[in-house]
Ligand binder design. Structure first.
Ligand code: IPM
Ligand code: MG
Length: 406
């Protein structure tokens, strides 16, 4: 017997979700253009530590950032504001993904450096509230999650453009338990939301001179939303005749990333939210682990920079927080520097990270007392950034590693 009451109740909830999303589409139609950082009198940088290992690795990254932006901070061109309130304790207390006052403070910044935040799931000791990351991406409309992965000696230089506000995440906390036996989640793709992420990927491919985009979906199975993603890509690609592009299914792409014969060909990837989430962990692992990868969450108005991993509460419980690797957050600083127009500083910081993490390894992070502390490592990176011979040293290491891997 079909429970018609349950069907009607689910329909009613579904109707509400549809209306919300249609309203969202209307606001997407009127969104403004990208912030021009060169025109700002004063750039406001918010720093929020998050929880777990977040405050530790974020503080180390903040030191590196303040060191590299010292001139701008001294002259008042940049202001760093520490924003509290994103801890799981506080979020659980007010039962909100982001407490209202914290969100208000965040909205007064142009860019945000954010430490990892605990994302509860059913059965945890915390109430099952929405993820702070996901909420921030949605509320500040940070639609492009840009995640670079580079392993110079393997010829790998990838940039992932993960859609960040739609797909399976848009209504991830709004699925419907129609009955005790039937649960339904939803996947969202809008024309506007899809077009802007695909355009961001193609634009980057063109500007960076890489001129190659791989679009990743599962459009053979998820025909409606992924199908839309693919057909919009076909349309947008026509505006970029100099950019070569191809389309892949997520399953085979997962394999290709570990195929030594093929993987160094790829350059820029554009993909829906959930596939982007999954495959960027795989890609980061090839680079040395999720602790080495940073992530830029870009919107036209705001931008937020973070690690790609979680808050590792176990490290805190075991008293190892100060040994957590801050490199993902330092990488996030480099992404912030590029975004605000400090490309040369970003390039030097990237080279220094390669030297410290992959090549010279004078200090090593192990996550335990037999390794360096995050703060010591941040100091090592800052010393390396200042090396007058940084560029030559970096090039030398890359050549030697390439020769060795041949
Ligand atoms: C990421 C993380 C987040 C996500 C979690 C922590 C909510 O895995 O940034 O990739 O799923 O997007
Ligand atoms: Mg992830």
């Amino acid at each position: 017997m079909i429970d018609e009451k349950a069907v009607a109740a689910a329909q009613e909830r579904y109707g509400r979700l549809l209306r919300q999303q249609l309203e969202r589409v209307e606001s997407l139609k009127t969104e403004g253009d990208w912030t021009d950082f060169s025109k700002l009198d004063r750039l406001v940088i918010g720093v929020c530590g998050g929880d777990g290992i977040g405050p530790y690795i974020c503080a180390s990254a903040q030191r590196v950032m303040e060191f590299l932006l010292a001139d701008m901070i001294r002259s008042g061109k940049a202001e760093v504001r520490v924003i509290d309130g994103l801890t799981i304790e506080r979020r659980a207390e007010v039962m909100k993904a982001i407490p209202d006052d914290t969100l208000e403070e965040l909205k007064k910044c142009h860019v945000i450096l954010k430490g990892p935040t605990t994302t509860p799931k059913k059965g945890d000791r915390w109430p099952n509230i929405e993820s702070a990351n996901v909420a921030m991406r949605k509320q500040l409309d940070l639609f492009a999650n840009v995640r670079p992965v580079s392993v110079p000696e393997l010829g790998i230089s990838w940039t992932f453009f993960r859609e960040n506000t739609e797909g399976s995440y848009a209504l991830g906390s709004d699925g419907i338990n129609v009955s005790d036996d039937l649960a339904m989640d939803f996947c969202v793709a809008t024309t506007q939301g899809t077009e802007r992420i695909i355009r961001a990927g193609f634009e980057f491919a063109r500007k960076s001179g890489q001129n190659y985009v791989s679009l990743v979906t599962k459009a053979n199975i998820i025909k409606t939303t992924d199908g839309k993603f693919l057909s919009i890509a076909e349309k947008v690609a026509k505006e970029y005749p100099e950019v070569r592009w191809d389309d892949w299914f997520i399953d085979i792409m997962t394999a290709k990333l570990i195929d030594p014969a093929r993987r160094s060909d790829f350059r820029v990837f554009v993909l829906p939210n959930l596939y982007g989430d999954i495959i960027t962990d795989e890609a980061a692992q090839i680079q040395g682990g999720v602790g080495t990868a940073g992530s830029a969450n870009l919107g036209k108005r705001y931008a937020m920079f973070e690690a790609i991993h979680g808050s590792a509460p176990r490290m805190v419980d075991e008293g190892r927080a100060k040994y957590a690797d801050p490199c993902s957050m330092i990488k996030a600083v480099s992404l912030m520097l590029s975004h605000i127009g400090e490309a040369e500083k970003a390039r030097r910081l990237d080279m220094a990270l390669d030297v410290c993490v992959q090549f010279e390894k004078r200090l090593v992070m192990t996550g335990r007392p037999n390794g360096a502390t995050g703060d010591e490592f941040a100091g090592y990176v800052m010393e390396t950034v200042q090396r007058p011979d940084l560029e030559e040293a970096w090039k030398g290491y890359v050549e030697a590693a390439r020769a060795a891997s041949r």
